[in-house]
Design a protein around this ligand. Structure first.
Ligand code: NAD
Length: 424
């Protein structure tokens, strides 16, 4: 397959393009050299592999798999493995770069990486998934390693696949290597608090930004798009802080209750209803697009990328947007939101709680020791609060948005580290 530029497609509004335009904006403020620009935009390593897998039918199918290490300047590569039919080298390149910036913003000693296989996990049996992830791991043996490149779950993969990955890697090395992967089952060296970590980071970022705007949690109204891991945990933790969640949505539709939705009840309902809110009676069903336009204090997009765009940004009424999902706001929307005075807490800060606790998992694995939940919670919240304060300070210093400030911090950190490490 031909090498594709990590810089995104320029002729349409997409999350990759959005990311690179934010990168460029921050670079303009920082004024880095052309040499450093190249170092930060051209991935350190791109691996493409053919993965022959025997399907349940007995037929052999060859999948294409990727692993991109965008940067190892701050430390070993870190990033998930995505199983999805739309996976491409171009997408994996952009997601790997995103990880570099995210780790740098929360001050974690990891570089950025991402992997993926173009396949459809919804149509594959557990046996086929196991053979695929084991074949992928074998093909990536020279790439992966607790000091080199540490994968994690992403779209289409979870704790089950990470357990197989760890096992395959360990077999090849002739010893158990817990630290080669994060997001493992608890019994296999996974970390307490990892499941809710991203939602926790969203909650912390929401409270920190509400405090800057003088919105008290007890008076705040919130709408959450997406009721999966990130959305439901963020909603639940914010409910615990006294906030009123007036709307939630998932793939089945959007649900609104002006008086507030009981989030614990909604989670129980979802868990007993094949994972969706379909038929949820404690709220009125509304048009999913309208959820984004509700007159709430805070809007939390926590479903997918590119939902706040040039098409709907002008109609958004929330005072604050906290990005639980990766890339929910396009670059065009940013400009409109800024004109309207709407503050956006960017994904690379707001949803970094997940990678922060993944880092804690790696640390625990390397120590051969388990931390209790209260320690994880305390350190995760401190990391996100510190990162938020830093981003806020830099946004005031340069008179830029929180998003540009987050990119400035990340790029400056990686660039400064590179200057110390040096090259040929
Ligand atoms: P998930 O699969 O657990 O949940 C996704 C939710 O979004 C589901 O409720 C689904 O029904 C809903 N959804 C899908 N399409 C929708 C639509 N069109 N409208 C409304 N809802 C829709 O996924 P997740 O782990 O919660 O991830 C959500 C986002 O957060 C993704 O962008 C992901 O990359 C990002 N993220 C996740 C983590 C993590 O630790 N899970 C970390 C960082 C970023």
């Amino acid at each position: 397959m031909q090498y594709l530029e990590p810089a995104p497609i320029k002729d349409r509004e997409n999350p990759l393009e959005s990311m690179m335009s934010r990168f460029d904006e921050a670079v303009q403020v920082l004024g880095i050299s052309d040499e450093l620009y190249q170092i930060l935009t051209i991935p350190a390593r791109q691996v493409i592999v053919g993965l022959p897998v025997t399907m349940d039918s007995g037929e052999l199918k060859v999948f294409e798999g990727y692993r991109v290490i965008h940067s190892t300047i701050l430390g070993p590569g870190k990033g998930g493995v995505r199983f999805d039919p739309d996976v491409s080298l171009n997408e994996v390149n952009a997601l790997a770069a995103w990880m570099t910036w995210k780790c740098a913003v929360v001050d974690i000693p990891f570089g950025g990486a991402k992997g993926g296989v173009a396949c459809n996990p919804r149509e594959m049996s557990a046996g086929e998934m196991e053979r695929l992830i084991r074949t992928y791991t074998k093909a990536m043996l020279e790439n992966f390693g607790p000091d080199k490149d540490i994968p994690a779950p992403d779209m289409g993969t979870g704790a089950r696949e990470m357990a197989w990955l760890m096992d395959e890697y360990s077999k090849a090395k002739g010893k158990t290597v817990h630290g080669v992967v994060t997001g493992k089952p608890l019994v296999l060296g996974g970390s307490q608090g990892r499941v809710e970590a991203t939602g926790r980071g969203v909650m912390v970022s929401t409270l920190a930004s509400m405090a800057k705007l003088g919105i008290s949690p007890e008076k705040a109204t919130i709408a959450v798009q997406g009721f999966g891991n990130v959305g439901s945990w963020a909603a639940s933790l914010l409910e615990d802080k006294g906030c009123k969640i007036v709307a939630v949505s998932d793939i089945s539709g959007a649900y609104y209750n002006e008086g507030g939705i009981d989030i614990k009840k909604a989670i129980d309902y979802r868990d007993q209803n094949k994972g969706t809110l379909e038929g949820f009676k404690e709220a009125e069903k509304i048009d999913p697009d309208d959820l984004l336009l509700l007159p709430v204090d805070v809007l939390i997009p926590a479903a997918k990328e590119d939902v706040i765009t040039g098409r709907n940004a002008a109609q958004i009424q929330a005072k604050l947007i906290v990005e639980g999902a990766n890339g929910p706001t396009s670059a065009k929307a940013d400009v409109i939101l800024k004109d309207k005075g709407i503050i956006a807490v960017p994904d690379i800060l707001a949803n970094a709680g997940g990678v922060t606790v993944s880092y804690f998992e790696w640390v625990q694995n390397r120590m051969g020791y388990k931390w209790p939940l209260d320690r994880i919670v305390r350190r995760c919240e401190k990391a996100i609060n510190n990162a938020f304060d830093h981003v806020y300070e830099v946004s005031l210093k340069y008179d830029v948005s929180l998003r540009t400030a987050a990119y400035i911090i990340a790029i400056d950190k990686v660039a400064t580290t590179y200057k110390f490490r040096g090259g040929y």
